[in-house]
Design a protein around this ligand. Structure first.
Ligand code: ARG
Length: 466
């Protein structure tokens, strides 16, 4: 950084700020993320100033031409020895159009500008995330469809519970993403309002048209109160919440991929393109991407916490504290998008060990509930059926027999009163595919669920489920 950093203020100051102050206060490094939004906001403002007669129409045209050139040049042409991106754009504009550049800042402040830039950037970032959510949902739908009849173990308390199917399990992740998309859409609505023209906190005496700038920038409306418009950062917190929720959901998927790809589970092999090796152990195939997503979800939670703590107790009116909402916002949104893309790659490359899944599915008496259901369907009160099958499970354990592999003869040896068809109910695959209640893994229930997923995926956006 140069000794004297260029600033948009200083007239009232006798001497320059200390270097440490410049360094501590600058935001240009992180601001470059939304340089484009800053220029687009300035173009809308310049056009509006011209249209309202605040500056001459020819002046507005020259400002817009200069700003459009800055758009074409890209961020590399912007100076770096400046406090922030607003200063950088105005300085570059000065090089291109001369002193006229000084008129651009009429009837606005960096306070409404920075809030506008952040909202514009977030809107675009959310659109990218929504697209990535759809792509991951599409991968889940494809895999769930392909594996809708592949039986596997289902867990509660991480203990074998009841057999399900791989398709059913993968479909569950689809619905979590549907909620994440829905949540991000709500955040987009909250962010899609325009602060521009609020100036520092109190509006302006110039006859500006805030409706026009809001419209040109694609916002739904101008924010009604200038003080609120420049003070509000709740949309940042909303975005961080939605990002944290999404990353939490992805961390759960990733945790399963980490576990399932390990030798103890041995249920999936992730593709080479998403797997990493070890510098010492030549045989290793590590699921690093899944581990990093699982770990970095913590960062998103931290970002929410940091911004919430920073906003707490801030009085109305711009406060410099809020400069620091942007690095966490940028990071959380990028992280969310990258993680969604990587989860898609991992799923698309996954080779599921469906043979092992099928072998495990009926182990540990996982079809005991299905046998109890069978007895209950024959009129035995469920509580009694539960007790009776419980005794059967215990007898199997004592003999070292697998409940799901008992034939009719052995079954009757343990419980002579069981009807002969009872043995069929112990087969894991049949048990899973028969559970046809709405939302279950049964064949018809899954066809209906997959159809529902497909229908939602084809719709634009993320409608709620009803
Ligand atoms: N870099 C500042 C931020 O991000 C821009 C607004 C500065 N406004 C001010 N009054 N110092 O918040």
């Amino acid at each position: 950084m140069l000794e004297a950093m260029r600033k948009l203020w200083g007239g009232a100051f006798e001497s320059a700020a200390a270097q440490a102050v410049d360094r501590f206060g600058q935001s240009i490094d992180s601001d470059l993320t939304f340089w484009r939004e800053d220029v687009l906001g300035s173009i809308a403002h310049a056009r509006m100033l011209g249209a309202c007669g605040v500056i001459a129409p020819e002046e507005a045209d020259r400002l817009v031409e200069g700003l459009e050139r800055i758009l074409r040049e890209g961020p590399d042409a912007l100076p770096r020895d400046v406090e922030d991106v607003h200063t950088a754009v105005e300085a570059r504009l000065g090089e291109l159009v001369g002193p006229l550049a000084g008129k651009l800042h009429t009837a606005r402040s960096r306070n409404d500008q920075v809030a506008t830039d952040a909202r514009l950037w977030l809107r675009g970032a959310i659109d990218g995330v929504l697209e990535a959510i759809k792509a991951l949902q599409n991968a889940l739908l494809e895999q769930a469809t392909a594996h809708r009849r592949k039986v596997m173990r289902g867990w509660t308390h991480q203990q074998p519970a009841q057999p399900v199917t791989l398709g059913f399990h993968l479909a569950a992740h689809f619905w979590a993403l549907q909620r994440d998309g829905w949540r991000f859409e709500r955040v987009r609505e909250a962010a899609n309002l325009c602060p521009l023209g609020s100036a520092a906190l109190a509006g302006t005496t110039f006859p500006i048209d805030r409706e026009a700038t809001a419209r040109e920038l694609g916002f739904a409306a101008p924010i009604p109160n200038a003080l609120d418009a420049t003070s509000d950062r709740s949309f940042v917190l909303d975005a961080l919440h939605a990002a944290a929720c999404t990353l939490l959901d992805l961390s759960r998927l990733c945790q399963e991929l980490v576990l399932w790809s390990g030798a103890e589970f041995d249920l999936v092999r992730l593709g080479d393109e998403v797997t990493t090796g070890s510098s010492i152990m030549p045989q290793k195939r590590n699921p690093d991407m899944a581990e990093l997503i699982r770990g970095r979800a913590a960062r998103a939670i931290g970002h929410w916490t940091a911004v919430a703590a920073m906003l707490k107790g801030l009085p109305l009116g711009y406060n410099r504290d809020t400069q620091d909402d942007k690095p966490p916002l940028f990071d959380a949104m990028r992280l969310t998008r990258d993680a969604l893309g990587l989860c898609r790659l991992m799923l698309e490359s996954a080779q599921w060990n469906t043979a092992k899944m099928a072998r495990d599915a009926g182990d540990r008496a996982s079809t005991a509930t299905d046998l109890a259901d069978f007895l209950a369907s024959r009129g035995v009160p469920f509580r009694e059926a539960h007790e009776r099958v419980g005794r059967l499970v215990r007898a199997c354990e004592q003999r070292g027999w697998r409940l799901d592999r008992l034939n009719g003869a052995r079954l009757r040896e343990l419980d002579p009163d069981l009807p002969p068809e009872a043995a069929e109910r112990l087969d894991a695959r049949r048990a899973a595919l028969r559970r046809e209640s709405l939302g279950g893994p049964g064949e018809k229930a899954m066809v209906a669920q997959l159809r529902h997923m497909k229908r939602l995926l084809a719709k634009p956006g993320f409608p709620s489920l009803v």
